[in-house]
Design a protein around this ligand. Structure first.
Ligand SMILES: *Cc1c(COP(=O)(O)O)cnc(C)c1O
Length: 380
């Protein structure tokens, strides 16, 4: 086993989803976004360990949906992303539910589905203010008229996406809910079984009128709040389930006034002990953390010094710091009563938790810690 690994607490991940389920009304379905390797937590591991709790999985592209199907995930899978004409056959053959944002794409899908003699399930996406992909509300009638004529398209859902649901100080989210509401009220009369969905994590936390028939919380399911931490009620049980751990693989004494790592961006001010750990920006431990991050060894914080390399990083233990090869090093998570939060690392890098999480790549094995404490690991 590679000494660097990501530990995902399945107990906590499941508790997060259970808390969200308690927070939403009982008829509201839950769709778990597992795009971008399940926000770094591992696509297959997360899907397998949450399978019984969710109604839907969501991915961003064909390849992610294909991997889920390959690994026997038979639940409905919605593909959020825009697709290319070349991908339509495989989307249909893998029984993936496609996002439709234009009449043109609906017509293409219908043609391919007819060729395959297979119905294709679609969700129509409305642009209510994100201005990314999505149909303008005024174009909906034409699309619906086409969908009615196609025997190879099955309309199962309609959705939209928030632009700033993490910002509770603006009214823009309420405006988006308003626009969406106008569109879906009409549709629901004609299609009473339609799954109407809008809420991402921000919607789930801060906008109860956005829950409709299904919610799609990604970040929140993995244990992070989009902005304001909800400290009361059932959502207050939500916590991160992700830890990044490695081991000391080498250490040496370095004399005063010596430079450490590439370009000597750190100079020792006195004789000190430098530990080396087997993780670097090639794993997603970003170079922007050089001379900024700290790690936990033997219950103490120590700084990451010098430039983070592709595969290795250096830690300054100080002249009296004790550590030996094989010691556990916590880069994200808890050791004894101290903690390094992923959100603090994100702040150090002036970015968001999302970007840090998805940056940890498949070189780092994921270990799933279940209630029975049996560790299962996979790189996906
Ligand atoms: C990624 C995504 C989500 C989940 O967003 P979070 O902010 O992680 O909750 C929901 N809906 C769509 C369309 C997405 O692309």
């Amino acid at each position: 086993m590679h000494p660097t690994n990501i530990r995902v607490s399945i107990v906590q991940l499941r508790n997060n989803i259970i808390a969200i389920k308690k927070h939403i009304k009982s008829h509201v379905k839950i769709c778990l976004p597992v795009k971008a390797n399940a926000y770094g937590h591992g696509l297959i591991g997360v899907a397998q360990h949450t399978y019984d709790l969710v109604d839907y999985f969501a991915v961003s592209c064909l390849d992610e949906g294909y991997l889920l199907r390959k690994n026997s995930i038979t639940k409905p899978i919605l593909v959020f992303g825009a697709f290319d004409e070349d991908q339509i056959i495989d989307l249909i053959l893998n029984n993936l539910e496609i996002t439709i944002s234009s009449l043109y794409k609906a017509q293409l899908v219908s043609i391919f589905a007819e060729k395959l003699g297979k119905k294709c399930k679609i969700h129509i996406k409305i642009d209510t203010g994100m201005r990314r992909v999505g149909l303008r509300p005024e174009s909906l009638d034409a699309l619906i008229n086409f969908v009615k004529t196609s025997q190879f398209i099955e309309l199962v859902g309609v959705y939209s996406h928030f632009a700033s649901s993490d910002d509770i100080a603006t009214d823009f989210t309420l405006e988006q809910i308003n626009v969406f509401d106008g569109v879906v009220k009409k549709l629901k009369l004609e299609y009473p079984n339609l799954i109407v969905h809008l809420a991402n994590s921000g919607g789930v936390c801060y906008y109860p009128t956005s829950h409709y028939d299904m919610v799609r919380p990604g970040l929140l399911s993995y244990g992070y709040f989009p902005s304001v931490i909800v400290e009361h009620g059932v959502l207050s049980e939500i916590k991160p389930c992700f830890e990044l751990i490695t081991k000391v693989v080498y250490f040496k004494t370095v004399f005063k006034d010596n430079g450490i790592s590439y370009n000597h961006t750190y100079m020792t001010s006195s004789q000190t002990r430098i530990a080396t750990i087997p993780i670097g920006y090639g794993d997603g431990y970003r170079r922007a953390l050089s001379n900024k991050a700290v790690v936990l060894i033997r219950g103490n914080y120590y700084p990451v010094v010098g430039s983070i390399c592709m595969d290795l990083s250096m830690i300054d233990l100080g002249c009296n710091g004790e550590s030996y090869v094989g010691d556990e090093v916590v880069l994200i998570g808890r050791q004894e009563d101290l903690e390094i939060k992923l959100s603090d690392l994100a702040s150090l890098m002036e970015t968001i938790v999302y970007e840090v999480l998805v940056g940890f790549n498949e070189r780092i094995p994921r270990i799933y810690i279940t209630e029975k404490k049996n560790y299962v690991w996979t790189n996906l």
